[in-house]
Design a protein around this ligand. Sequence first.
Ligand SMILES: NC(=O)c1ccc[n+]([C@@H]2O[C@H](COP(=O)([O-])OP(=O)(O)OC[C@H]3O[C@@H](n4cnc5c(N)ncnc54)[C@H](OP(=O)(O)O)[C@@H]3O)[C@@H](O)[C@H]2O)c1
Length: 333
Amino acid sequence: MEIGKKINWGIIGTGRIARAFAEGLPFTGNGRLAAVASRTKERSIAFKNEWKIEYAFESYEELAKSSKVDAVYIATPHSSHAENAIMCMKQGKAVLSEKPFAVNSKEVSEMIDVARNENVLLMEGMWSRFPPLMHKLREWLKEGKLGDIRTLHADFGFLPKNKDPKGRLFNPELAGGSLLDLGIYPISLASMILGEPTEMKTLANIGTTQVDEQAGWIFRYSNGALAMLLSSLECETRQEAFISGTIGNVRIHKQCWKPQKMTFSETNGDHTETVEMPFSGNGFNYEAESFGNLLIEGKKENPIMPLDESLRIMKQMDQIRKEWNLIYPMDVR
Ligand SMILES: NC(=O)c1ccc[n+]([C@@H]2O[C@H](COP(=O)([O-])OP(=O)(O)OC[C@H]3O[C@@H](n4cnc5c(N)ncnc54)[C@H](OP(=O)(O)O)[C@@H]3O)[C@@H](O)[C@H]2O)c1
């Protein structure tokens, strides 16, 4: 990438999150939306017209091959992330793939191998790590403001308006379920703060479509710290995170996966401190900007969301699903 040139982004998929990403891109200083690809001509053209972009492709493959695109944002259901990302990387494209990175660790390993073989930038779109508030939180943790972290509570639950068994939230063919869609947020937060757990206990409600509709799990770490995490498609939960240390605790206010406000409280004292950092744009701009900067610098992965950590997180989710005996069609291919 030439210094000073804007990155030409292409989006694969035209659903809800594709639109959120398109809305966020103008708030980056280094990227512009150049192209979209859909499985149908109608949706591709409609998206192109709505977002006033230059190129609309009628297949994902055409976008992957296009010389008009530098970086691809994968906005398809989880079940397609690996296939779509690998196809784009094999055409030399940098890839930002939505969370969860893929369905299982086998797929994630393949994606990472292809990125390294093709020498292209690859990143999981864990957008919650990139807003300014999270940089501030990492600063606090680094300077030891909370002391030794002993517990973390975090959850993400919401009640979908309808329970469509064919839709991506409940359909096992699309790797539905609360863990992969929502649980990834608390797991990723715990991983960022506490690292790799040594032990895990879990329970889930498996629904009529055979995916987890609500689940909870506890991780224990080598220093005895505990993380208590929940995901739910049965009700709206607090959607907050609490990180407690020996000196003080931090509450990341609702919605903690869209972090804009946190409060520090000292354990044995009166000191409290609330920090508010509202988004500029819709929040997706931060991950896109960070990804774009790395692409311009010729880097191949992002230290804020490293590939080995994405793989480790996916292995934890494999392990949790194994405890429930929840097997997706992609696991046995
Ligand atoms: N970061 C976040 O906050 C956030 C929020 C929501 C979702 N996500 C992630 O983004 C991904 C997409 O979620 P979404 O809510 O945008 O889904 P969605 O509204 O259903 O859109 C998915 C798009 O993928 C394409 N697609 C390709 N194969 C498909 C298939 N077999 N079934 C259905 N659609 C298919 C479709 O576009 P065409 O038919 O036009 O090709 C569709 O519009 C998921 O992995 C999800 O976890 C992230």
